[in-house]
Design a protein around this ligand. Structure first.
Ligand code: ASP
Length: 434
């Protein structure tokens, strides 16, 4: 029997995980079994992915920057990357506002459902609000201050400090370009080799991906709240999903028109990363796989992937910004508030900034949503209204976040003449055979 391609194996793992979770959660002991004996394997899988994220960023970015001919190339790549990231995020928020104003899902929430949801999730919402309070108190230039670490080892200790590691790696890479070749060679060779090792580790971890996603999804189902509240939020969920689908279409059109690559080629290459994003709800945990897929399966040169993708995973969250726009207006509608054009334009600005500031971890988009709500004068307690469906929507928006990063890296590579043939023809042939 021919071996299934990786994305099919992951999909099979997901399907079996959901089925397993559904069957076992029928019984009290089944739930406990899934949580005690299955969930830990999912956690181990995510930990393994996170484990290599910081060394990967460091090695690949130092190598990527030091491979550049001169610093001017870096600034032209930087300008295009940031420009495209802003453009896609603004498009996402606009699509989000468009669909939510068209469908008006908040108007269908009855007073009864509203108070039921508000009381059921009040404490969860309050927890998110208190995390957001720290962000709200920060001064306008805090993000800039946070970019520069005072100690690189301390920065590398925390996966949440990814931007600091990125800053250090770029800075270090620039230093390498500026010193004589004879001196830089051993350092460059070291990072080159380190990078190769880490890419190989990703291949090894991906061998476990179908089992990892099985465990993650089985646990998610066993721990999910009752389906009744899901139903009340059906139209809101559909609105977010419609927006996300439109966003994916937007990427596909961009990639097709600008790079000339077939849509099937792009989707086949990136799908394992999308499936992992869906299963883990974390762009940061998915980053190693996104980098490997874009580089080896979509033909983007490493100088581009090493720069565009880690930055994208931290600041470009189109799915998140779209969700924040829809959620903010939905909550306003559910409270019977009319949002003026000015308030909606304000949401475009705050949702863009809030998605940039969201960490690439599960549920982060909802924390930053507090800031969008506060700016627009929408009651923050309204978070409780959307809590029940946040996790499934997080899975979907993270998939869009990762797809957006991959699309932008294809476009930047095309413009810089760094889009070549994929190194790997068969989807699996860089995975170890034995
Ligand atoms: N989970 C998302 C991500 O990692 C962020 C969010 O929207 O919560 O990309």
């Amino acid at each position: 029997m021919p071996k299934l391609a990786l994305h099919w194996r992951i999909l099979l793992g997901m399907f079996l995980g959901v089925s397993f979770g559904l069957i076992f959660s029928q019984y009290g002991w089944g739930k406990v079994f899934v949580i005690d004996w299955i969930k830990p394997f999912g956690t181990i899988f995510i930990n393994a992915l996170k484990l290599i994220a910081v060394p990967l960023i460091l090695a690949s970015l130092v190598k990527g920057v030091s491979d550049l001919k001169n610093i001017a190339q870096l600034s032209s790549m930087g300008g295009r990357t940031i420009g495209l990231y802003l453009l896609t995020t603004l498009t996402a928020v606009t699509i989000g506002l468009g669909v939510v104003n068209l469908i008006k899902p908040g108007n269908t929430i009855s007073d009864e459902t509203r108070s039921e949801l508000l009381s059921a999730y009040a404490s969860d919402a309050a927890a998110k609000q208190s995390v957001a309070a720290v962000q709200k108190e920060a001064g306008p230039l805090q993000a800039l201050v946070d970019l520069v670490p005072s100690n690189i080892f301390a920065a590398m200790q925390d996966n949440g400090n990814m931007l600091q590691v990125i800053f250090f790696a770029i800075f270090f890479g620039i230093g390498l370009v500026l010193i004589p070749k004879k001196k830089s060679k051993p350092v460059k060779d070291f990072f080159d080799a380190l990078n190769e090792v880490i890419l190989k580790l990703i291949d090894l971890i991906m061998l476990a991906a179908p089992y990892g996603v099985f465990a993650l999804l089985a646990a998610l189902i066993a721990e999910s709240p009752s389906a009744d509240l899901f139903k009340a939020l059906g139209l809101y969920t559909l609105t977010v999903l419609l927006g996300l689908v439109l966003m994916i279409l937007f990427y596909l059109i961009l990639v097709r028109l600008i790079t000339g690559k077939k849509i099937g080629f792009f989707l086949k290459g990136i799908s394992p990363a999308q499936l992992l994003a869906f299963s883990t709800s974390s762009s940061a945990a998915t980053l190693p796989v996104t980098m490997e897929r874009v580089q080896e399966h979509l033909g983007v040169e490493e100088e581009v992937t090493s720069f565009v993708l880690p930055i994208g995973a931290t600041i470009n969250m189109d799915g998140t910004s779209l969700y924040q726009a829809v959620a903010a207006v939905f909550i306003a509608q559910a409270f019977g508030m009319e949002l003026s054009l000015g308030a909606q334009l304000g949401i475009i600005a705050t949702a863009t900034l809030a998605s940039i500031g969201s960490a690439a971890v599960p549920g982060a988009g909802m924390v930053m949503l507090v800031i969008v709500l506060a700016q627009a004068g929408i009651p923050e307690a309204g978070l409780a209204l959307i809590f029940a469906v946040d996790r499934p929507l997080d899975m979907c928006r993270t998939t869009v976040n990762v797809t957006g990063d991959a699309s932008v890296s294809m476009l930047v590579a095309k413009w810089l003449g760094k889009l070549g043939k994929p190194k790997v023809k068969n989807w699996d042939d860089n995975y170890p055979k034995k």
